[in-house]
Design a protein around this ligand. Structure first.
Ligand code: PEP
Ligand code: CO
Length: 461
């Protein structure tokens, strides 16, 4: 596989403008951290990244669906807290997020009868792009919060000083998270015979949870039917283990470069901080540092496209990121907003389809639908989220493009951050449990609700 450009190196991005980077105050410490990162083991193996790419190629071909979901911003605080019952907060939080992901995947796989590729925004989603560089704290204007891999979230200037050592903490927390995800998904927790166990009590008591119980019962009966027909279920590993791959936005290029390694088998470069990395809406300038960096690593790459992206720009970005036209290499994640999806998406679908560069098209119905509630909370309405998803399916079908995936921000907790859903969360409930570090996330019930509606949409011709 040819590297895009012979001048590419893991540090060639430094010659380009790098947006959304912190201003590290201590460059000697930054150097030391970079050297340490280089010496640490990779988080993922290049062979795994190739396996994910092959699965994404199935999605690109219309034979599978991508479910990419997780936190807006993972929190370092999760790793230093205990729950009321004295358990490690991190372990509980990872487990609960995984349960919802497995539930959503079960609903989609069963409902749409398609393989679902499961990808978490997990084990490294510690940095955030921001629209404004400052915000107001109680003592006045302070640098905006950019994620725990850069600084603390406390609303004071001293807390917002970037500290390079946080990249090492981020690496170690990502390692611990990935380890537990692997343990859960390979060690019996994700076994399809556990399908009922994924329904948490606060979810199970809701109408969505009950609907899930019915579906879980049907899955159980289907397994029983297969066993009765003589199929040896115990000898079928697909029923007992799943792959949940990791992804995060590759914003912080010092970190990504630090974990980039040449694969000993193929000689190609891989960013071994996650299986999939995506490039955000704010950092996708064609001549910018992020496009330079990700053009040279061989992981599957995601690219966010908002309503300002022109068809020409989209095609140029595809050509730059996938010059060899490899199916599965590039996922375009449209985040248009419910109001704009009908106008903004079709021209991009057409232009990319006509360019013959293979891509996966996924819908992020979260980032184009934010607004501030009358109570001053950053929120999103479930109806707008669903309406963008419907617009995405409509546009893809009209343009004969496979609607390949969904990209969500959710949490396993019973938070009150997004409005609506079958439980009809209203504005004055937002304060009850508003815990996000950045964007509002769907709670467990809303996520399940969305999965059921999405499965119906996928089934519809
Ligand atoms: C995100 O995915 O958290 C994000 C900031 O998205 P976007 O780049 O689409 O704004
Ligand atoms: Co977000």
């Amino acid at each position: 596989m040819a590297v895009v450009d012979s001048t590419w190196t893991p540090s060639s991005w430094r010659e380009r403008e790098a947006l959304q980077q912190p201003e590290w105050p201590d460059l000697a410490r930054l150097d030391e951290v970079r050297r340490t990162l280089h010496a640490l083991p990779p988080l993922v193996f290049a062979g795994e990244a190739r396996q994910v790419q092959a699965s994404l190629a199935q999605v690109a071909a219309g034979r599978a669906f991508l479910l990419q979901a997780g936190d807006c911003a993972e929190s370092f605080h999760d790793f230093t807290r205990l729950t009321d019952t004295g358990a490690a907060w991190s372990a509980v939080s990872i487990r609960e997020r995984l349960k919802i992901l497995l539930q959503m995947a079960a609903v989609l796989t069963y409902g749409a009868a398609l393989p679902v590729l499961k990808v978490g925004r997990i084990a490294g989603q510690f940095t955030k792009p921001r629209s404004a560089s400052t915000e107001m704290g109680p003592d006045g204007e302070i640098p905006v919060f950019r994620g725990h891999m850069i600084h603390d979230d406390a609303p004071f200037a001293a807390a917002r000083v970037p500290e390079p050592g946080r990249m090492l903490d981020g690496y170690h927390f990502a390692t611990a998270t990935l380890n537990l995800v692997r343990a859960f998904t390979k060690g019996g927790f994700a076994d399809l015979t556990q399908v009922h166990q994924w329904n948490q009590s606060f979810v199970a008591s809701s109408p969505m949870g009950q609907r899930y119980e019915v579906l879980a019962g049907e899955i159980e009966r289907a397994l029983g039917f297969m066993a009765a027909c003589g199929i040896d279920l115990a000898a079928t590993p697909q029923l007992h283990q799943v792959d949940v791959w990791t992804s995060h936005e590759g914003i912080l290029l010092d970190y990504e470069e630090g974990l980039t390694r040449r694969d000993s088998i193929t000689g190609d470069w891989y960013d071994c901080s996650a299986h999939i990395l995506w490039i955000g809406e704010r950092t996708r300038a064609l001549d910018g540092a992020h496009i330079e960096f990700f053009s040279g690593v061989h992981n599957p790459i995601g690219l966010k496209l908002g309503p300002k992206a022109s068809p020409e720009e989209a095609v140029e970005l595809c050509a730059r990121l996938n010059p060899d036209r490899i199916p599965g290499r590039l996922t375009l994640i449209a985040r248009m907003g419910a109001e704009q999806v009908d106008d903004a998406l079709p021209p991009l679908l057409r232009a990319v389809r006509d360019s013959k560069i293979p891509v996966v098209w996924a819908c992020d119905p979260m980032h184009g639908n934010g607004f501030t509630s009358s109570t001053g909370r950053k929120t999103r309405h479930f109806d707008a989220i669903m309406s963008e998803i419907e617009g995405f399916f409509r546009a893809c079908r009209a343009e004969r493009v496979w609607p390949g995936g969904i990209h969500l921000e959710y949490t396993g907790e019973n938070v009150t951050e997004c409005l609506g859903g079958s439980e009809e969360l209203v504005e004055n409930q937002l304060d009850d449990r508003y815990e996000t570090l950045c964007d509002p996330r769907l709670n467990g019930r809303q996520s399940l609700d969305l999965a059921f509606r999405l499965a119906e949409l996928m089934r519809r011709p």
